[in-house]
Design a protein around this ligand. Structure first.
Ligand SMILES: [Zn+2]
Length: 411
């Protein structure tokens, strides 16, 4: 058996997109899944199976996985832990294999959100019924989210998690929904939970106190110290509700390079080579720029100006750099066209379109194929409302049928 391991479950396509002012098109969500797969992330929480405008996107991405385009990553849906949601999810997205079922567990939410609809007993029975139902309908892995776990009485949280495990759940998601944890408190609470229930833990933290990465790493450390696997929830560029979730790249860096973390096993499939690409892409897709001081990715992450620092870094990078920029996929110059540029968009014609794809070294078998792809590219542009990037153009040419499904929505 492997040593307990830290895996990543990225929630950009769920917590990220449910955030105020943050949107991704279904094509952009698909590209995020592709990049996360390339990075070796264990699972992408790829969306909301009971939300109608997600249906075609979710089914198309499961088909993409079936066709071998997402060989590593698991695609997991997020729903409420109710039998109703489970039934709807499998009716709308029959190929679902991985699910997280969410239920509030704090006194605050049970009393002031459910307002008598559910009490502590029925919270547990509703959740266990949903877990059993999901498994009977073909879910291969089920995580149970304890929403507001950080404000939940620990005895009740243990009872809730034990019931989830007995019903067949594979993981408990410890949600610091309000971001009130500190590394010390979350370590203690997750250690108590794991010692009592012996189940792998997902750590889902928010950055309201600016400690999101520290809390995520401390929570994962507690699970591992107690002999269970840990799954850290991340978002690209730290997006997510309010002050955000744990930044994907920062979490990997913290586990790899943090003092005292060397003996903790990080999912060996993970690497940072795609970090630069996915962060730049997400920034463009979200329309949110990357702060210059963002760990690993910001413009200043490897910049030195003051005399002592510049001199030291030039003598030996290890004087002032904790990790190497090449590891994050940085260091290659980016080529920007400063002269004539033909773009492909919603009103493009065939000549300009062919020019764009020639530059990508994508050849079409005949005019008919080119016209078909052009039509899809037009729709993609309507869908994204911004110029398409090269990887999106290549994706459409490679998987036209999948792209067509992704763009199709019927309210
Ligand atoms: Zn959240």
């Amino acid at each position: 058996m492997n040593k307990p391991t830290i895996y990543l479950i990225d929630v950009t396509n769920r917590d990220g997109v449910q955030t105020s002012r943050i949107c991704l098109s279904k094509l952009e969500k698909t590209m995020i899944n592709i990049y996360l797969n390339e990075m070796g992330v264990f699972q992408s929480e790829f969306g909301f199976p009971v939300t109608r405008h997600e249906t075609n996107y979710l089914n198309a991405n499961l088909e993409l996985a079936q066709r071998g385009a997402l060989p590593r990553i698991r695609l997991g849906g997020w729903i409420r832990a109710t039998k109703g949601d489970v039934g709807t999810a499998f009716r709308m997205v029959p190929g679902l294999k991985h699910l997280n079922l969410s239920m509030s567990t704090s006194d605050q939410m049970i009393m002031h959100k459910f307002k008598g609809k559910l009490d502590h007993g029925s919270v547990i029975s509703e959740m266990t019924e949903a877990v059993r139902d999901a498994i009977s309908r073909g879910a291969e892995s089920v995580g149970v989210n304890a929403e507001d776990a950080s404000r939940t009485r620990i005895e009740y949280l243990i009872e809730f998690a034990a019931a989830a495990k007995a019903a067949g759940a594979h993981r408990i998601r410890y949600c610091d929904t309000l971001g009130c944890e500190t590394p010390f408190s979350i370590y203690e609470r997750i250690a108590k939970l794991v010692e009592a229930v012996k189940i792998p833990i997902e750590v889902h933290c928010h950055n309201d106190l600016g400690m999101v990465v520290a809390n995520s790493v401390a929570g994962a450390k507690a699970a591992i110290d107690c002999g269970q696997d840990a799954y850290i929830n991340t978002c690209v560029n730290g997006m997510g509700e309010r002050a955000g979730n744990a930044d994907l790249v920062s979490v990997i860096l913290a586990v790899k390079y943090g003092n005292g973390m060397q003996d903790y096993r990080l999912d060996p499939g993970l690497h940072l080579k795609t970090a630069w690409k996915i962060c730049k892409y997400a920034s463009y897709a979200f329309g949110v720029s990357i702060p210059i001081n963002q760990p690993g990715i910001g413009a200043n992450a490897f910049a030195h100006e003051s005399g002592i620092h510049a001199d030291g870094a030039l003598k030996d990078r290890r004087n002032y750099e904790l990790y190497e920029y090449e590891e994050l996929g940085r260091g290659e110059p980016e080529i920007i066209e400063t002269g004539r540029k033909i773009t492909a968009g919603e009103y493009s014609g065939i000549k300009g379109f062919r020019n764009v794809y020639e530059k990508l070294e994508v050849a079409f078998q005949n005019d008919e194929e080119a016209t078909r792809i052009l039509e899809l590219v037009r729709y993609a542009n309507v869908h994204n409302q911004k110029p398409l990037v090269d990887d999106e153009l290549s994706f459409i040419a490679k998987y036209p049928e999948i792209a067509r499904k992704i763009f199709t929505m019927q309210p």
